[in-house]
Design a protein around this ligand. Structure first.
Ligand SMILES: [Zn+2]
Ligand SMILES: [Zn+2]
Length: 180
C-alpha cells in the first residue's frame, strides 16, 4: 500500500512512489525538492527500458513540471528530469561514440519531450495568471506574456520574493495555485 501525502494532515495519495506529495501539495515544495524528485522519478521511470526514445508523455512528468512553474523553475526541473530519463546532453555523443544514430535519436527525443513539457508549462502559467488576476505582491495587473523563469503570480522579478528556506513549504501562494 502506498503511503499518504507527506504534507501533515493531508490524507491524499501521493502522485507516485518517488513523488511523495499529492498533486495539490506538490507545488508548495521548494525547488530543490522538486528537482530531486524529478531526477528520482526520471531514473525510476526509465530503469530497464532499453529504448529511452519511447519514454514520452507521462502524466507524472506533467505534474512535476506544473509544480515547477509556480516557482519559475521550469528550466531546473525539466533539465533534471530529462537528464535522468535520457542522458546527460553534454556527454551524449561521447557515450554513444560507436552508434551515432542512437545519439541522434536520443537527442531528438529529448528535444521533443522538452518542447512538449514547455507547452504544458506555458498553459499552466497562463492558467495561474488568469486565476491570480493581479500581482500577489504589488496588486498591479499581471503582464499577459509568459516568462517561465518567473513565478506567474508576480508581475516582475522585483516583486518576486526571495526563495524560501529549503525546509519550508511555499504555502502563502498555494490558495491561488491549487490544481483544478
Ligand atoms: Zn497532500
Ligand atoms: Zn508586482
Amino acid at each position: 500500500m502506498r503511503e499518504l501525502c507527506r504534507t501533515p494532515g493531508c490524507n491524499d495519495t501521493p502522485a507516485h512512489d518517488v513523488i511523495v506529495h499529492c498533486r495539490h501539495h506538490l507545488a508548495e515544495r521548494p525547488v530543490s525538492e522538486l528537482v530531486s524528485m524529478a531526477s528520482d522519478w526520471g531514473y525510476y521511470h526509465c530503469e530497464g527500458i532499453s529504448d529511452p526514445t519511447l519514454l514520452m508523455g507521462s502524466p507524472d512528468a506533467d505534474l512535476l513540471v506544473k509544480a515547477a512553474v509556480v516557482h519559475g523553475a521550469f528550466e531546473q526541473v525539466t533539465t533534471a528530469l530529462l537528464n535522468a530519463c535520457f542522458d546527460d546532453p553534454h556527454t551524449l555523443e561521447e557515450r554513444h561514440l560507436w552508434d551515432e544514430s542512437a545519439a541522434i535519436a536520443i537527442r531528438y527525443a529529448m528535444d521533443r519531450e522538452r518542447v512538449r513539457l514547455q507547452q504544458i508549462a506555458t498553459t499552466e502559467a497562463r492558467r495561474i495568471k488568469k486565476a491570480t488576476g493581479s500581482c500577489t505582491a504589488c496588486g498591479q495587473a499581471l503582464p499577459p506574456w509568459i516568462n517561465l523563469h518567473l513565478p506567474p503570480q508576480f508581475c516582475s522579478k522585483k516583486c518576486t520574493p526571495p526563495s524560501p528556506d529549503k525546509d519550508r513549504a511555499w504555502s502563502p501562494w498555494s490558495e491561488h495555485i491549487a490544481p483544478a
